[in-house]
Design a protein around this ligand. Sequence first.
Ligand SMILES: CC(C)(COP(=O)(O)OP(=O)(O)OC[C@H]1O[C@@H](n2cnc3c(N)ncnc32)[C@H](O)[C@@H]1OP(=O)(O)O)[C@@H](O)C(=O)NCCC(=O)NCCS
Length: 319
Amino acid sequence: MSFSIIGTGSALPKTIQTNEDLTEFLETSNEWIVSRTGIEARHICVEESILDIALDASLNALDNAQLKPQDLDLIICPTLGGDTVTPSLACLVEKELGAACPSFDLNAACSGFVYGLDVADAYFSRNKQMKILVIAVDAMSKLVNWKDRATAVLFGDGAGAAVLSSGDDLKAIHLTAVGNQHALCIPWQKGNHPLLRNQETLLPYLKMDGSEVYRFAVSAICKDLKIVVKEAGITLDDLDYVIPHQANLRIIESAAKRLKIPMEKFVLQVSFCGNTSAASIPLVLDEMNRQGKLIPGTRIALTAFGGGLTTGACILEWS
Ligand SMILES: CC(C)(COP(=O)(O)OP(=O)(O)OC[C@H]1O[C@@H](n2cnc3c(N)ncnc32)[C@H](O)[C@@H]1OP(=O)(O)O)[C@@H](O)C(=O)NCCC(=O)NCCS
């Protein structure tokens, strides 16, 4: 016995920035961005804090699950970071919801939601009667260098949540990590101790080797999906839907072609959200849930990759 997803929620900040908007301050074009990535627009936190969108998505998911915040036994928040280093975003969500339960952040970059499900699964194996909120939130607009056209155009902000209860939806899950600072890195503050002199000043913004990440991503999706379907005792043909991390349409198309899975089975939001990091998969999951696409027996594969480098995939059978 593991968990079932009994509610989903999501939130996107109000401000929409189109590719055309970006051309006002970056040397780029709608044609370049669409042809290389499939991204047409992204949502950016301007009026909202990171906590605001995390709360919206969490309340949405609780409402969908017909639970009160006080019913929660644990909050896991996959994120690259909230508005403060401490308190963690999870603790602030817990406070604002009025929940009363242990809460922590988890950093596995864009694979964070699948990592969060795996951690939750371990809790269910210890105590089957829990209600766990996994709230994945990232505001990449605060972490990219808006002078770097090679990276800034790829990302957006968002939050996606799932409420888990004991059940049997999770059929297989597989995580990986291969430490790599070259492919994708966001440097951090190096401190201000008086003895620290002559330090290189690093901008705290995302740096990436796009083609290295691209190759890694296509191969990770293919490897991980084959592993989880085998572990679940099914084949790729048995999948109703694949929810891939929404980084780049071309990455998804290449993986689909290699795996011989029809593109129609891949559910996409990349065109209007861009890469929302940990939030990208639960944002799609919530949209599908609200559209009534998830009915008992629906088989879904989630497949994520991101900074770390990390990957995570799982098979869910909706109950
Ligand atoms: C970043 C990425 C879109 C680049 O696509 P690409 O097909 O490799 O790009 P190309 O090599 O065709 O083009 C690079 C050229 O476009 C230019 N370019 C980069 N960004 C540009 C932009 N926004 N607008 C216009 N030109 C741009 C570069 O300067 C370079 O020019 P040059 O050839 O004159 O040096 C692609 O590598 C990618 O998506 N990688 C994965 C990134 C990712 O998903 N990261 C997150 C993982 S969680």
